[in-house]
Design a protein around this ligand. Structure first.
Ligand code: SF4
Length: 264
């Protein structure tokens, strides 16, 4: 992935991931910041700069680790290794939350975050499911950090309960041979291709997403499909009927048998 500049909290370079990013993006300008939460230079930019701002990478240390109860597909939303994204879905709730500062922020203290998740899972009397992808797209993030590889291998070995995350991207190749041991639920978000093209800007196409979820299912991950958000543009019934037909034709037999489906 290409970026224009890196804004970073200097303390992030004391973490292995921070140093790895410094090495990988060493040719870019590195601009020190006090906090990833408040970058004055960005806050002052006009909204018209939104697209350009998303071409910066922000690196910091996550300080908030509060889990929020959730009863959709998990027990808790757990803040994890990134927030924001380089894509530009027009409905993205991150834009409502962070306004024009919905750029990709990476948090380098992944060991600390995963330690907490593993500890929480072990201490609970019943198996819990933790949603780790509610603030960003981890498959996209993984192309920069390799964090999913780190997370899935370690949780597969040490974790109790399950992790889950949704995605709109197809770069699953590095995940296929990991030791997930069935503890990581992969959810692919889909929409009709014309909606992806006009509204989910910068994400993977429908065919690529279908192919990716088939591959994850084949690799033994529990997989789900998410048709969300359903967007009521003119002719939406035909578009969504077409989507269901494409899913019927494109999903593998195994995926059709095993997957679960959520509509929002
Ligand atoms: S892919 Fe997800 S996180 Fe990224 S802009 Fe779209 S909805 Fe937001």
């Amino acid at each position: 992935m290409k970026f224009d500049a890196v804004y970073y909290e200097p303390a992030s370079l004391t973490y292995p991931l921070g140093r790895m990013l410094r090495e990988n993006f060493g040719e870019l300008p590195w601009i020190p910041i006090e906090s990833h939460n408040s970058i004055k230079e960005m806050q002052e930019k006009p909204n018209s700069e939104f697209g350009k701002m998303k071409r910066n990478l922000i690196i910091g240390i996550r300080k908030t680790h509060k889990y929020v109860e959730n009863h959709k597909v998990s027990d808790f939303l757990a803040p994890y290794t990134s927030s924001g994204c380089t894509a530009m879905c027009l409905y993205c709730y991150l834009v409502c939350n962070y306004n024009k500062c919905a750029y990709l922020r990476l948090f380098v203290n992944r060991e600390q975050m995963l330690d907490r998740l593993i500890k929480r899972g072990k201490e609970s009397g019943k198996p819990l499911t933790f949603e780790i992808g509610s603030n960003s797209d981890l498959v996209l993030e993984n192309t920069v950090t390799g964090n999913l590889e780190y997370t899935i291998n370690r949780f597969g070995e040490e974790g109790v309960g399950k992790l889950t995350f949704p995605t709109k991207f197809n770069m699953v190749e590095p995940l296929l041979n990991l030791e997930h041991r069935g503890k990581v639920i992969f959810r692919m978000s889909v929409n009709p291709q014309p909606i992806i093209q006009k509204i989910e800007l910068g994400t993977s196409g429908l065919k690529q997403r279908i192919e990716a979820v088939n591959r994850m299912c084949e690799a033994g991950y529990p997989c789900g499909l998410l048709i969300a958000p359903v967007i009521l543009v003119e002719g939406w019934r035909d578009l969504y009927r077409g989507l269901l037909e494409e899913l019927k034709a494109g999903l593998s037999g195994k995926m059709k048998k095993r997957c679960f489906l959520k509509l929002f």
